[in-house]
Design a protein around this ligand. Structure first.
Ligand SMILES: C[S@@+](CC[C@H](N)C(=O)[O-])C[C@H]1O[C@@H](n2cnc3c(N)ncnc32)[C@H](O)[C@@H]1O
Length: 256
């Protein structure tokens, strides 16, 4: 089909067959999998996925593309013409495997949206901007470590799998991309009821990266609280581990 890629839908279609084969090998689709593809586009991943699956659910916003997919992949493909950001993934049951070459303009809100369904998910494999993947998997005391790392690492074990050059797409994006694998933790590090507090406190901590925790968390913790937590108030947000943020969250919850 002649389709002019639409920038507002973040359309960069995969065209490199070696890269596509590598991605499918990483995903390892099997008959019986309850798999969902976000943003199938013109089917670069859809067809090879379908070769290995009984059925595939696809979520695609662009109506023209949905028409094309319905005509060409009718048999085993169930298409939802909706915005993935608003989609209720719980409607598809549990044991979900979610994949996609995601539209980069919505990748962060989409990851947060998907986090809400982590208890229904087996794993997720996504193509994202390399820079975003580096922030997702970043460890403490590194420049990429921040709110995104902490919020997602609380719910998922994550691994950067494959770097994909811009030439693998049409049109090529301005940046490099990477495949990330995300597997939900059996139990999140932060208890469900404290996640909102955790998010707000982490936002405050990283609001001014160069400032010390004594400063950025002054509305949450006194020097005595830092003493009790055995955390040096002279450190910066990027120096603390997820476990230390968990201890801070529980402490604030206790003293409030
Ligand atoms: C980067 S392209 C990937 C296309 C195809 N999977 C590929 O690899 O060639 C992203 C796809 O997501 C679709 N899309 C964009 N925003 C979306 C949204 N909010 N919900 C669902 N699909 C969306 C686009 O129309 C496009 O087909």
């Amino acid at each position: 089909m002649r389709h002019i890629p639409r920038r507002r839908f973040g359309q960069h279609f995969l065209v490199d067959h070696h890269i596509i084969a590598e991605i499918i090998h990483i995903i390892c689709p099997l008959p019986g999998d309850r798999m969902i593809e976000i943003g199938p586009g013109l089917g670069a991943l859809t067809q090879p996925l379908l070769n290995n699956l009984d059925t595939l659910q696809a979520i695609e916003l662009d109506r023209d593309i949905v028409d094309y997919l319905s005509r060409n992949y009718a048999e085993k493909l169930v298409i939802h013409n909706v915005d993935a950001l608003k989609f209720d993934f719980s409607a598809l049951g549990e044991g979900l495997r979610i994949v996609g070459n995601l539209p980069y303009n919505i990748s962060t809100p989409l990851l947060f949206h998907l986090s809400r369904f982590s208890n229904l998910i087996i794993d997720m494999h996504f193509m994202l901007q390399l820079e975003v993947v580096e922030r997702m998997v970043a460890q403490p005391s590194t420049p990429d470590y921040g709110r995104l790392s902490l919020m997602l690492q609380n719910r998922f074990e994550m691994e950067q799998m494959l770097i994909v050059p811009a030439e693998a797409f049409n049109p090529p994006p301005r940046v490099q991309s990477a495949i990330v694998c995300m597997r939900p933790r059996v139990v999140p590090v932060i208890p469900f009821g404290l996640e909102k507090l955790f998010g707000e406190m982490v936002l405050a901590a990283f609001s001014q990266r160069r400032k010390t925790l004594r400063n950025t968390l002054r509305h949450y913790l006194t020097i005595k609280d830092f003493d009790q937590l055995r955390i040096d108030p002279g450190l910066r947000a990027e120096n603390l581990s997820l476990e230390q943020y968990s201890a801070i969250t529980r402490h604030i919850h206790k003293i409030r």
